[in-house]
Design a binder for this molecule. Structure first.
Ligand code: FES
Length: 250
């Protein structure tokens, strides 16, 4: 049984997941209709800023009985360095799998396949007679508002939580949800005595990922679990004392 993982880049909110699910449904339906020697199932995963991560998706496919798992990167540009790293992620995940034998493959990214050019051409042809005008239909509130997005919300601590590829593979998306939930429940989210959390790309010490920095204290944390998020929020943000047990040690 073959499983195909459509691998995308993520984004904010639920939209990336919904878009990817829609694509998976459409691809699955087409493959079923074609009645070819098609993969047995198709699922999605995210390189960054989204769940499931690639290791979680590989695990899910293997647990569903796949004997061959193929990863198809959907993102543009194709990013050769990232693809080399994805292959390493797959090999490392495989070393943790103690179930039935598995074949793993990574196929050329969609950006490198002629099918993408054909799809774009077909969209251009389909919409080339569209006469709508965004400028005429945009609501007035879309005009530039100098008062909006000019100042940061109130905060005492600035939290930078990495959502780079390596931290995402280690659960950074869960940590981000937990961080916001914890701060909100404790009434510390974007408050004068609270914290302003933001996501970042790679912060460098990936091997300790997911990584979070708390400023102005320059405290670099490894956040391996949602429990670690709770501890850091309680100790550092609420009680104003560095959570030593989660600091990244030199
Ligand atoms: S990907 Fe997070 S520190 Fe590198």
């Amino acid at each position: 049984m073959t499983a195909v993982i459509l691998l995308s880049r993520g984004g904010y909110g639920h939209t990336p997941r919904e878009d990817l699910d829609q694509l998976i449904n459409s691809v699955s339906a087409s493959l079923n209709d074609a009645k070819t020697d098609a993969p047995s199932f198709v699922i999605g995963a995210f390189v960054n800023r989204g769940a499931p991560s690639l290791p979680d998706a590989l695990h899910s496919c293997a647990e569903q009985g796949a004997t061959k798992i193929v990863v198809l990167p959907l993102f543009v540009p194709s990013d050769k360095n990232l693809q080399r790293w994805l292959a390493k992620v797959m090999v490392r995940w495989h070393s943790t799998w103690d179930g039935a034998p598995l074949v793993l493959q990574i196929w050329p990214a969609l950006a490198e396949h002629k099918a993408l050019g054909e799809a774009i051409t077909s969209v251009i042809k389909e919409y080339s007679t569209d006469t709508s005008d965004l400028i005429k239909t945009a609501p007035p509130r879309w005009e530039h508002n100098p008062a909006g997005w000019s100042y940061p919300p109130p905060h005492s601590y600035h939290l930078l939580l990495c959502q780079g590829p390596r931290c995402t593979a280690n659960g950074a998306t869960d940590r981000w949800q937990e961080l916001r939930n914890r701060l909100r429940k404790k009434n510390l989210l974007e408050r004068k005595n609270g914290a302003l959390p933001v996501t970042t790309d790679c912060l460098f010490p990936c091997n300790h990922g997911p990584v979070m920095i708390v400023h102005p204290d320059n405290a670099w944390y490894s956040v391996p679990s949602t429990a670690a998020v709770d501890t850091i929020v309680t100790q550092h943000i609420e009680n104003k004392s560095v959570a030593q047990e989660h600091l990244i040690q030199p």
